[in-house]
Design a protein around this ligand. Structure first.
Ligand code: ADP
Ligand code: ZN
Length: 732
């Protein structure tokens, strides 16, 4: 047979099919081949009887890398779709479908030896064949008789190595290899909660979704409306019918609490796919899904590629979350991939959120998704009461601090009552920049066009773009004075301020700095849930999904922060963030309060977020998008040019811009806009950044996009990297 092989090298020059000979391979198998005189791993993507090449020149496949096809036919088909849709290289796509550690054989199944008795005689008969004084051997035999097959390491620990060896020599005991699955979070305490009946709104949502098993749904349920229970009930039903499910959550929601719910409900049927696992655990969980040992894949965006067959449901929780869009190579949109897989498998697709993305809600209003609304919190618990505080008035009345008088008073009350508070500020570190008051010098990263953030815990200046650390300045390198002004307050400084305001209150902080290790994220949340601290300060990490019954106060310290970006998505993001953060308050007995501090108190986004009025916000925002032809009424294409040589970038961009202008001339009606410019972030990680922004009509994308791709493929300078992004989430 002739096999079409994609070599596992991520380079455009080798992004095509190479033919090899062999017999008996299944398509999807990973193989070792001789490529350019080197042994290289590859994927078989097709098989055929004959080749157009001279058969004598076609090399043999050296050997398979696993004794099973790592990639199913269905996933290969998905790969084909993604390659075209996102203009990706084969190798980059195929790598998404297997655990990274499988490549280069960096991980293997873990196997161990087990021992068992060879005969099924009664215990007396076996013991009679042993000497009366061979106590260890007799105890071991008795143990095996009572407990059945046992790991040899356990037996050796218990009875010593020689007893086991002697029994094996006598033929009384035999050993065999078994595969051990490394279970992530093995020691997780599984919450025992009594099973609750669904409330009418939840039952209705479940019925609607299960009513059409191939439907596509958008579940819009306010924070605390019980969406999780809806998802779990649907999964339970689908799995009981012998099908499999994928449930996607933002990475941040994969907390021990969430896992313990899933374990409780589904036990070993769940497999977890996420970056916090060890490579062995990740590989084993993947295998359990592939072998059908587990039927439910739970994970962040990459779990959409779970190696499942016969999928009955794909669920995307918090569907508006930005983490579902991969914005580096390989770029893809998880919801689109899920959509393809659900159609391919005849599965239902369910997107859920308290603040659906405008695009999804628009699609639902257009009838492309079936809209299910859950407008009330469980047991009619009122939504929190949101107080907007005008910070300009605070300043005018002499309060120049970051805490408004109302927030201080509310904090004191919450603490006195023994309740908990969460304070949200999307800026980590101590303060956002360091500036010389004499000459105006601002400390910047040497590699990025980014001012450095002051960090107090290790007294460093850090670049939040590339992560580089610099020593703290004691003198201005420009004028040698030592008088500095610091920029806006970050989470570290908030904690410091709280400690001096409330010396007896324990404060926790959760941001990228305090969650660098695998478990730290869960530990902080756990500790807060147990009531070990009364205040939790955090960045957007604390906005999502968490359910802390004792939280009755949420403070949003800088409600404007994301509002005034030039980006067309800024208002939508701000609305989502505020609604989500506010939704953490008052989830139990006491009604919650939210204090929203802002310098633009009358902005419709903040006003409507305060009322949690999604629909009014949607109407207002969608009208604006339509009037200005922004997505979903157009597609934005960004071509990004980056490179260390500024001139090369400019030359490359200029050439391609000319070609694109020709294209624009041909399709003038469909090109709403095109321009070239420096990126707002002019330089990052030593590379200069330039972009071409294009806005085209949705109808013309299928025709125009491939032409744009082919212009970009005609790149002439190896020092310049070009990437094309569709509807980028971030225009910096
Ligand atoms: P959402 O994900 O919509 O924000 P959750 O799923 O976290 O909401 O549910 C909110 C709260 O209501 C949780 O504490 C949950 O345990 C509780 N809850 C959910 N369903 C029920 C039910 N049927 N009966 C009683 N409590 C419920
Ligand atoms: Zn940097």
């Amino acid at each position: 047979m002739i096999y079409s092989v994609i070599v596992d090298l991520s380079a455009s020059e080798v992004d095509r099919i190479f033919e090899y000979k062999g017999e008996g391979y299944t398509v999807g198998t990973r193989v070792l081949v001789d490529f350019a005189n080197r042994r290289t791993e590859g994927f078989i993507v097709a098989a055929k009887e004959t080749s157009d090449y001279d058969p004598a020149k076609i090399k043999d496949i050296i050997r398979p890398l696993e004794d099973f096809p790592a990639i199913s036919k269905d996933l290969l088909e998905l790969g084909e779709f993604m390659r075209k849709e996102y203009h990706l290289r084969w190798a980059d796509v195929l790598r998404l479908f297997i655990p990274a550690e499988m490549r280069g054989s960096r991980v293997k199944a873990l196997s161990k030896k087990q021992a068992s008795l060879t005969s099924s005689d009664s215990l007396d008969v076996i013991l009679n064949s042993l000497k009366p004084n061979a106590t260890m051997q007799r105890d071991l035999v008795t143990f095996l008789y009572l407990n059945g097959a046992t790991l040899t390491e356990t037996l050796n620990n218990e009875f010593g190595n020689s007893a086991l060896r002697a029994l094996i020599d006598k033929g009384i005991v035999q050993t065999h290899e078994i595969v051990i699955r490394r279970t992530p979070y093995k020691d997780l305490k599984v919450a025992k909660t009594e099973k609750r009946d669904l409330l009418p709104a939840q039952q209705q949502a479940v019925n609607t979704v299960l009513g059409d098993r191939q439907g596509k749904y958008l579940l819009h349920g306010v924070t605390g409306s019980g969406k999780t229970e809806v998802y779990l009930t649907i999964i339970e039903q689908i799995v009981s019918e012998g099908k499999t499910c994928i449930m996607l959550v933002p990475e941040i929601s994969l907390t021990p609490a969430m896992l313990s719910h899933l374990r409780e409900r589904f036990g070993d049927k769940v497999a977890l796919l996420h970056s916090g696992l060890s490579s062995g655990e990740r590989y084993d969980e993947w295998l359990r899904l592939k072998n059908g040992e587990a039927q439910i894949a739970v994970g962040a965006r990459s779990a959409v590629f779970a190696p499942l067959q016969n999928i009955g449901a794909i669920i995307i929780d918090e569907e508006h979350d930005q983490s579902y869009i991969s914005d580096f190579n390989p770029r893809y949109n998880t919801a689109e991939v899920a959509n393809f897989r659900s159609e391919q498998q005849g599965a239902l697709l369910l997107l859920g959120s308290a603040t659906p993305s405008l695009g999804s809600y628009y699609a639902a209003r257009q009838g492309k998704l079936k809209l299910i609304e859950m407008p009330e919190r469980i047991n009619q618990k009122p939504l929190p009461n949101v107080e907007i505080v005008d910070m300009t008035l605070e300043t005018r009345s002499g309060n120049k601090g970051i805490f408004s008088r109302l927030l201080k008073q509310q904090l004191a009350e919450t603490i006195a009552k023994g309740n908990q508070a969460m304070l949200f500020l999307n800026r980590r570190g101590y303060s956002s920049f360091l500036m010389c008051t004499k000459c105006g010098y601002v400390a910047k990263c040497a590699d990025c066009d980014v001012s450095l953030t002051v960090h107090r815990d290790d007294n460093m200046l850090k670049c939040h773009y590339c992560g580089k650390h610099y020593y703290m300045l004691d003198k201005c390198p420009n004028c040698h004075e030592s008088s500095f002004r610091q920029g806006r307050i970050g989470t570290q400084q908030i904690v410091e301020l709280l400690n001096s305001m409330f010396p007896d209150v324990k404060v926790l902080r959760m941001d990228a700095d305090t969650t660098q290790t695998k478990e730290s994220h869960g530990k902080i949340l756990d500790s807060f849930a147990k009531g070990e601290a009364q205040i939790l300060v955090g960045t957007q990490m604390i906005a999502k999904g968490h359910d802390f019954p004792k939280v009755t106060l949420v403070g949003i310290l800088d409600g404007d922060q994301s509002l005034h970006h030039s980006d067309y998505l800024a208002t939508e993001r701000t609305f989502q963030l505020i609604t989500q953060v506010a939704g953490r308050s008052g989830r139990n007995e006491d009604t919650g309060t939210v204090v929203l501090q802002t310098y633009t108190p009358t902005h419709y986004c903040l006003q409507l977020a305060a009322k949690q009025d999604y629909f009014s916000f949607y109407k207002r925002e969608i009208n604006l998008r339509e009037a200005s032809a922004f997505p979903p009424f157009s597609e934005i294409i960004r071509i990004l040019y980056t490179g260390e040589k500024e001139k090369d970038c400019i030359d490359q961009l200029t050439e391609q811009y000319a070609e694109l202008s020709n294209l624009k001339g041909k399709y003038s009606r469909d090109f709403y806009y095109m321009d070239k410019m420096r990126c707002p972030l002019k330089r990052a990680e030593k590379k200069y950044r330039f972009q071409i922004l294009i806005k085209i009509s949705c109808e013309s994308v299928k025709e125009i996009l491939p032409r744009i791709y082919s212009v970009c493929d005609g790149k002439k300078r190896s020092s310049v990297q070009i990437s094309v992004e569709r509807n980028p989430q971030n225009l910096s």
